[in-house]
Design a protein around this ligand. Structure first.
Ligand SMILES: Nc1ncnc2c1ncn2[C@@H]1O[C@H](COP(=O)(O)OP(=O)(O)OP(=O)(O)O)[C@@H](O)[C@H]1O
Length: 288
């Protein structure tokens, strides 16, 4: 589903959580939404999923406003941190409820996911562990096959093997049933290889919206003798620097042209990619 966000503002009383966000997502991809705590990720996703109404600006999904628009919202599911399923009743009841609400629901797939996450149909959701409740959310989110599927750190309570099982299941199901998936994430290292595009927000503003490959190609660690590194990086956008004896490694952000790459090689400098997590830390790591 296509998403068009224009000048989006969301305020909670005196707090401005989203401060004029504008971006467009063509849809049919897996998007990663990154941002530090309190940057506005849940607020943004809540507006996209019509849980909250924007204070100003507009959000359109496939060209239509989402708030109080049942035609659109039945095609959107947002699973929040901690699972968010019906907490009254059993796992089976939660599945029954989802089946009733979700036009693309796949019951066989839901059952196979429940087996995979070792969730017992007769277990009461309220008595499940945090990780099991998160897994329940993941089951509902995936088996709904909603054209716009949003996971807001839904998998945070799950243990490492379960999280990896989720990533694998999501990717496999997405390949078979392409849709628009947005994942907000703090565990960037684990999950960033799934993202086709990345949005980074900071203090309610959009900092980066790029294809993952482009974003990664912009960050480089320049390593070599300190003096040469400094000469090469002066005039570039420097994200940070580390020194080990006479060797310095400076992270830069921006496109390097052929000439610059050649100069680096001639100066005996190494240009290495930076992991998404490091880029994120340096792009958003200023003082709060
Ligand atoms: N219900 C609310 N009432 C008042 N302020 C809120 C409410 N929800 C969020 N905020 C504020 O809005 C800002 C953005 O919060 P939000 O939950 O969207 O951030 P986040 O990026 O999802 O954070 P985290 O990664 O910690 O979950 C924060 O300053 C937060 O304190």
């Amino acid at each position: 589903m296509r998403i068009d966000v224009e000048g989006l503002v969301l305020r909670y009383g005196d707090t401005t959580a989203l401060d004029g966000l504008t971006f467009n997502l063509a849809g049919g991809k897996i998007y990663g939404l990154l941002g530090r705590s309190g940057s506005g990720k849940t607020s943004l996703l809540s507006v996209l999923a019509a849980f909250r109404r924007e204070s100003a600006g507009s959000v359109r999904v496939d060209g239509r406003p989402v708030f109080e628009n049942g035609e659109v919202t039945r095609d959107i599911i947002m699973i929040r941190d901690g699972g968010e399923t019906v907490k009254i009743g059993t796992a089976e009841d939660a599945v029954y409820f989802a089946e009733w609400l979700r036009p693309n629901w796949d019951g066989d797939y839901a059952r196979s996911l429940m087996d995979r996450f070792e969730l017992k149909p007769k277990s009461k959701v309220s008595e499940m562990s945090k990780g099991q409740q998160s897994a329940m959310g993941v089951v509902i989110g995936l088996a709904s096959r909603a054209p716009l599927t949003i996971f807001d750190e839904s998998y945070l309570g799950m243990d490492v093997p379960s999280r990896y099982a989720f990533y694998e299941a999501m990717l496999a199901d997405y390949m078979l049933h392409p849709r628009t998936i947005i994942l907000s994430a703090h565990l960037i290292e684990e999950i960033s290889s799934l993202f086709e595009e990345v949005l980074i927000i900071d203090r309610g503003k959009l900092l980066v919206h790029e294809e993952t490959e482009t974003l990664l190609s912009r960050g480089r660690a320049v390593t070599g003798p300190a003096e040469q590194v400094d000469a090469f990086t002066s005039g570039l956008t420097v994200l940070g620097s580390r020194q080990l004896g006479p060797t310095r490694s400076t992270m830069v952000y921006g496109d390097l042209d052929e000439d610059q790459r050649r100069q680096a090689v001639e100066a005996g400098l190494e240009l290495e990619p930076i992991a998404m997590q490091d880029l994120f830390v340096h792009l958003t790591g200023g003082p709060r």
